[in-house]
Design a protein around this ligand. Structure first.
Ligand SMILES: [Zn+2]
Length: 132
């Protein structure tokens, strides 16, 4: 189980439901990475850096759906949406959506390779046929 920056911030604000609060507390006992991200957030707060994430969470802007992120990758989204996803992932640093994006990018590369090798095979067989 991984937690987004927004969830960790909410945890620090004690702004999550009881189940989620205790899940994170339990996870913190064994997950040093989680502990590290939490202490990073804390030290940023102490040094007065107001993370965009905490502002974002307070404004209750939610994650785009995985489909929306996929559409963004395909370039079939409105500019407003594209900007929002860019902001959400790069400025807010939503790790959940970043993970979706990485995942979808990898899938897209595999699909492109597949379709280009299919096209090549089709071309070769057509060329072979024409030679006869
Ligand atoms: Zn997100």
């Amino acid at each position: 189980m991984t937690y987004s920056q927004a969830q960790l911030e909410a945890y620090l604000d004690e702004d999550l439901d009881a189940g989620m609060m205790s899940n994170i507390e339990v996870a913190l006992r064994e997950d040093t990475q989680l502990l590290n991200s939490l202490s990073t957030i804390l030290s940023q707060r102490e040094s007065g850096v107001h993370s965009v994430g905490s502002v974002w969470r307070r404004a209750s802007i939610t994650c785009p759906s995985r489909e929306t992120i996929a559409d963004g990758l395909l370039g079939i989204l409105d500019d407003d949406y594209k900007d929002y996803i860019h902001f959400h992932i790069n400025e807010v640093g939503c790790r959940l959506c970043q993970a979706h994006l990485d995942d979808l990018t990898a899938q897209q590369e595999v699909n492109q390779e597949l379709s280009s090798s299919r096209r090549k095979r089709y071309f070769e067989s057509t060329a072979g046929y024409l030679k006869k």
